[in-house]
Design a protein around this ligand. Structure first.
Ligand SMILES: [Mg+2]
Length: 354
């Protein structure tokens, strides 16, 4: 794995606050509305997120509500409900964490995953899986950018919005950033932009063609960072104190059923996915949990702890199928099946027994 580029998957939820509001107010779907800081006194608040229908009127986040109302007088304003957005954010992060990689929660609706040298096709597969699970399980849309570094991955994400997916191969990074403006680099503010503009530097390619000493003279250490970025070198680290506690997969069945073969086939697929993720994240598991949700939304869970660590999909499936068997019974139709591995340890720190 060490030979692969260290790709970062950057995920940003699309118009997050507005999408959260649409989940509980489906009637708002096509309407121009905005989530604002103060709805009691509309003329003092600021727009936090504008729905896509509202954006058509030129309304965007950061705009004073008074100005937004001037652009569209019938704009429906909802006061922000941060606790609610945070609860949904936790569910999003839960899905991202279930793959066992180091992640940085950048903000309530953004996260960066350090894939630690995972093979390219597996990185893409995981990212696609995350995007479709967020849609499938939470009914929310996100954009994902993947590149060799956090800064580039965020830039890929920014340029793919909304509902986008963009993978930048390591050797195509320079080509990708070349014609972007310096202000497209995350962290470059108006001041830096102005200073660079004084040297006639407007595009990232201009940085690449300039002299690193001059940049350092102008911006200090940051000048040399920008120079490296312009050459396709992104040294920004993923800051994470998160340790993966479990890796899980769950999925609704095609239709509610009590057919053992159908449920087992689903369980087998989920076990393979979960074991694959454990191997990709270099983790071994010791505990196995299965979850069954019935047609009436009641849920049953069963757990078993092995006497050894493993990363085998076969062992996972065979143990999980024994756990799940007594949960499939009579006319309790099953809606959803899940499998989880926990009590994880790093495979590099452990002599495998299996
Ligand atoms: Mg966002």
């Amino acid at each position: 794995m060490e030979g692969n580029p260290r790709y970062v998957v950057y995920l940003d939820m699309d118009s997050f606050f507005a999408s959260c509001e649409m989940l509980r107010h489906p009637e708002l779907k096509e309407k121009p509305f905005a989530v604002v800081t103060n709805s009691a006194d509309k003329f003092r608040g600021v727009v936090q997120t504008a729905s896509y229908a509202a954006r058509k009127y030129g309304i965007h986040s950061g705009m004073p509500t008074a100005k937004a109302l001037h652009l569209y007088a019938d704009l429906y304003c909802i006061k922000e409900d941060y606790d609610y957005y945070e609860r949904i954010s936790n569910e999003v992060m839960e899905i991202i964490r279930s793959y066992g990689f180091k992640i940085e929660v950048v903000s309530v609706d953004e996260a960066a995953i350090d894939t630690a040298g995972l093979e390219e096709f597996k990185v893409i597969e995981m990212a696609r899986d995350i995007k479709s699970r967020i849609l499938d399980e939470l009914k929310l849309i996100c954009t994902i950018g993947i590149a060799n570094g956090k800064t580039f991955a965020k830039m890929a994400c920014d340029s793919a919005k909304p509902n986008g997916f963009l993978f930048i191969k390591e050797n195509e990074t320079v080509e990708f950033i070349k014609y972007k403006r310096v202000s497209d680099i995350p962290g470059v503010g108006a001041k830096t932009e102005e200073k660079l503009s004084g040297l006639n530097i407007h595009y990232i390619d201009d940085i690449a063609k300039s002299n690193v000493q001059v940049l350092v003279g102008l911006l200090g250490e940051y000048g040399s960072e920008l120079y490296k970025l312009s050459k396709g070198i992104d040294e920004e680290k993923i800051i994470s104190d998160y340790v993966a506690l479990s890796i899980s997969r769950e999925k609704n069945l095609y239709e509610d059923t009590n057919d053992v073969a159908t449920i087992m086939a689903q369980l087998k697929e989920l076990s393979e996915d979960a074991a694959n993720s454990a191997r990709s994240a270099k983790k071994l598991y010791k505990s196995i949990t299965v979850k069954v949700r019935y047609y009436d939304f009641s849920t049953k869970i069963k757990t078993k702890t092995l006497s050894y660590y493993s990363d085998s999909a076969d062992i996972l499936y065979s143990e999980a199928s024994e756990l799940i068997r007594p949960l499939i019974k009579g006319n309790m139709l099953v809606r959803r099946v899940g499998v989880k591995v926990s009590s994880l340890t790093d495979s590099s720190h452990q002599n495998k027994l299996f």
